[in-house]
Design a protein around this ligand. Structure first.
Ligand code: NAD
Length: 445
């Protein structure tokens, strides 16, 4: 089928590439000229395992094209996906300006029937707004063209995006007519062979499904962080507690890791946006507010452990801190709302110096922080340890899992590790004469 995708970010680029990989003709449109030029020259703007070779192969085969020319692209599509950003507005609600801009561009330029598929994460009722915007633009040019609006929220995880897209757990389709569902079935058929993963429903339910999924996942994280903070105070080890509860199938093993708080482009903004939606319909979503509040506090937790270790925030002045992990999670270069950003800000404010390393997010960190005094982004994990007093781990990249503790003991003047992801066995670290502070494990107190 002929597919057009607006937005070449994490969702648009991965979706477009996977659709091309299974044989569809895909044109990706973006307003970012540099990004499109780069993609046409084989420069992939994001780090996502497996993505780069797939983009290059499909681009070379002519099935995957990149352009800034929305008008020409629209003429080529039977199905037009909207996968542009929906960042938080000032009041926490989703900012729909990019989605609605694409809708009006579509209305201004379609000449034959199309299906418009919204893949961006948008509040309930947005499909109606998209439809109204297209109708307004059609009316403005005295045109009448049949179109459908479908909601197809995206559930891919950064770091696993290609895998998630090629082998989705589920494909949620919200539509108000069977013909549109049939077209979506054809598009996704190559991903849906083993068993039927497609869940069809009305549009509003599909829109809410995405927020419900992210809010549930964020809730699991904040819940575990809450229990970890209690564990710390009552002398329990959250890692034992985690194993004790995960074995209950009603709870399960997934997503019950305590840590330094959740970040990324989705959970923080989606929990906020859902809370805002609830407020707009006269419902106070207390649980969602608590999930956010717990997470916000958790982002400062590593710093608080450091203050506890050194006795005061003032004692951190002049300390050299090695920091491993800048991305909001492993296998991505995305630093949106990453816990590392809060920690770095707090450390610099306290007068510490930070030498930070991340396998993929160095360029993003340099873009975010610029030449801020006291922070150096270094190319290797060992470079971060040079003249360091302490090590703090913020992102659980695999390469941090089995360090040479002897070498760390020699490198770190204060012989202390702060671990925001509970990567190590406390007894092992302490056995090397290092103090070890982790989340909810009550050590080194
Ligand atoms: P992103 O910020 O990485 O990319 C958005 C892209 O859209 C940018 O390249 C931007 O230049 C482009 N854009 C903006 N206006 C445009 C226009 N008028 N025409 C063409 N392109 C335009 O965003 P993302 O992370 O890919 O997220 C996109 C949407 O998908 C969001 O609603 C997000 O909440 C949702 N989502 C994201 C993820 C994720 O893991 N990143 C997962 C599921 C859902």
């Amino acid at each position: 089928m002929k597919v057009v995708i607006f937005g070449t970010g994490y969702v648009g680029l991965v979706t477009g590439t996977c659709l091309a990989e299974v044989g569809h003709d895909v044109t990706c449109v973006d307003i970012d000229i540099a990004k499109v030029e780069g993609l046409n020259n084989g420069v992939i703007p994001i780090y996502e395992p497996g993505l780069a070779p797939m983009v290059k192969d499909n681009h070379a085969s002519g099935r995957l094209n990149f352009t800034t020319d929305a008008v020409a692209a629209i003429q080529t599509g039977d199905v037009i996906f909207i996968a542009v950003g929906t960042p938080p507005d000032e009041d926490g609600s989703a900012d729909l300006q990019y989605v609605l801009k694409v809708a009006s561009t579509i209305g201004e330029n379609i000449h034959r029937p199309v299906i418009v598929v919204n893949k961006s994460t948008v509040p309930v009722g947005t499909a109606d707004k998209v439809r109204a915007e297209i109708e307004r633009a059609l009316k403005a040019r005295n045109a009448s063209v049949k179109f459908d609006v479908v909601s197809n929220p995206e559930f891919l995880k950064e770091g696993d995006a290609v895998k998630d897209c090629m082998r989705p757990d589920r494909i949620v389709i919200g539509a108000d007519n069977e013909d549109a569902v049939m077209v979506m079935r054809r598009i996704y058929a190559p991903f849906n062979r083993n068993h039927d993963r497609m869940v069809t429903m009305d549009i509003r339910s599909a829109e809410l499904t995405k927020y419900a999924a992210n809010a549930m996942l964020a809730t699991k994280i904040s819940f575990m962080n809450e229990i970890a903070n209690i564990a710390e105070r009552v002398g329990a080890d959250i890692e034992h507690v985690r194993k004790g509860i995960g074995s209950d199938p009603r709870i399960g093993w997934h997503f019950i890791y305590p840590g330094a708080g959740y970040g990324g482009s989705c959970f923080p903004k989606d929990v906020q946006a859902l809370e805002r939606t609830a407020t707009q319909v006269g419902y106070r979503a207390e649980l969602l507010g608590a999930v956010e509040a717990v997470n916000d506090r958790q982002k400062s937790h590593l710093f608080e452990l450091m203050v506890r270790h050194y006795g005061s925030a003032q004692a951190l002045r002049g300390k050299n801190i090695a920091l491993w992990g800048l991305a909001f999670k492993p296998n991505t270069d995305d630093m949106r709302e990453a816990s590392s950003r809060r920690l770095i800000a707090l450390l610099l404010e306290a007068g510490a110096k930070v030498r930070a390393y991340d396998p993929e997010a160095a360029h993003e960190a340099k873009r975010i922080f610029g030449d801020v005094a006291g922070l150096e982004i270094v190319p290797r994990a060992t470079d971060a340890l040079a003249q360091a007093d302490a090590l703090v781990i913020v992102t659980e990249w695999k390469q941090f899992r089995s360090p040479d503790f002897n070498a760390l003991g020699h490198a770190l003047a204060d012989r202390v590790i702060f671990d925001g992801r509970n990567l190590y066995e406390p007894a092992e670290v302490e056995g090397h004469g290092l103090a070890y502070w982790a989340i909810g494990r009550g050590r080194s107190t």
